[in-house]
Design a protein around this ligand. Structure first.
Ligand SMILES: Nc1ncnc2c1ncn2[C@@H]1O[C@H](COP(=O)(O)OP(=O)(O)O)[C@@H](O)[C@H]1O
Ligand SMILES: [Mg+2]
Length: 228
């Protein structure tokens, strides 16, 4: 499903070059529930952004399904991301002027260009799944952090992506809400065989995944499958 080969990422800040990811190779199968763990600054977000087609590696190749995404132009890569990948950010990244409903509908208009009836059906299905149906007309400033994250999850899933990347999705949530959100993502993984890759050290997530990849200073130091 995802194959990353010999990824390297160098950030340039002024004159300074920093090799953040050194030599990162990984295969991810359909339906896996994976956590990428490691200390702060070890490169988790950088890896997620590259695999999620938000950023490109300095060197190396990434294939998702049959597509080598590192060979695509910027705009083709954005189209590919929209059609195939869901991304959940720690800070939710909802559009403040749009309602909950419109935030979830947004990718269906911008990326998939679906007709209105089909959009409505998909949006309402996801809003029901995350328990946000009754808040659909509110703007993000009128709902709690946990509710914003539910909306962000609905938005990430509304395009039926094959793979979802989530960068510390529970970092801004209280324990109870975090548990609910994790259960929700597990249910979605089971039902649709959606692959989830989390960047997190949150034990609430880590104890639920079936594979843990540990990153230290831009290198994988362990890749462990959890038997359940
Ligand atoms: N856009 C950027 N420009 C320059 N340096 C960056 C950028 N993003 C991250 N870094 C640096 O790369 C390293 C890894 O960061 P990151 O991938 O965010 O790690 P993690 O998510 O594990 O905390 C850190 O040293 C960070 O300061
Ligand atoms: Mg990070």
């Amino acid at each position: 499903m995802v194959e990353a080969k010999n990824l390297q990422k160098v950030y340039k800040v002024g004159e300074l070059e920093q090799e953040v990811i050194k030599d990162f190779s990984l295969c991810i199968g359909q339906g896996e529930f994976i956590s990428l763990v490691g200390p702060s600054g070890s490169g988790k977000s950088t890896v997620l952004n590259m695999l999620g087609c938000l950023d490109t590696p300095t060197k190396g190749k990434i294939s998702i399904g049959d597509t080598e995404v590192t060979g695509l132009s910027r705009s083709k890569r954005a189209d590919f991301r929209g059609a195939n990948i869901g991304f959940i950010f720690q800070s939710f990244n909802l559009i403040p002027v749009l309602s909950v409903y419109e935030n979830v509908e947004y990718p269906l208009i911008m990326i998939l260009n679906l007709p209105q009836e089909e959009r409505k059906e998909r949006v309402m299905k996801l809003l029901r799944a995350v328990g946000m149906e009754e808040h659909k007309d509110k703007t993000p400033d009128k709902i709690s952090g946990g509710q914003m994250q539910r909306v962000a999850i609905a938005r990430a899933l509304v395009t039926n992506p094959k793979i979802v990347f989530a960068d510390e999705p529970t970092a801004n949530l209280d324990t109870k809400t975090a548990h609910k959100i994790i259960e929700l993502m597990k249910a979605i993984q089971k039902e649709f065989r959606t692959t989830f890759v989390f960047a997190t050290h949150d034990e609430k997530i880590v104890s639920n995944v079936d594979r843990i990849i540990t990153l230290v200073d831009g290198l994988i130091v362990s890749d462990e499958r959890i038997e359940k």
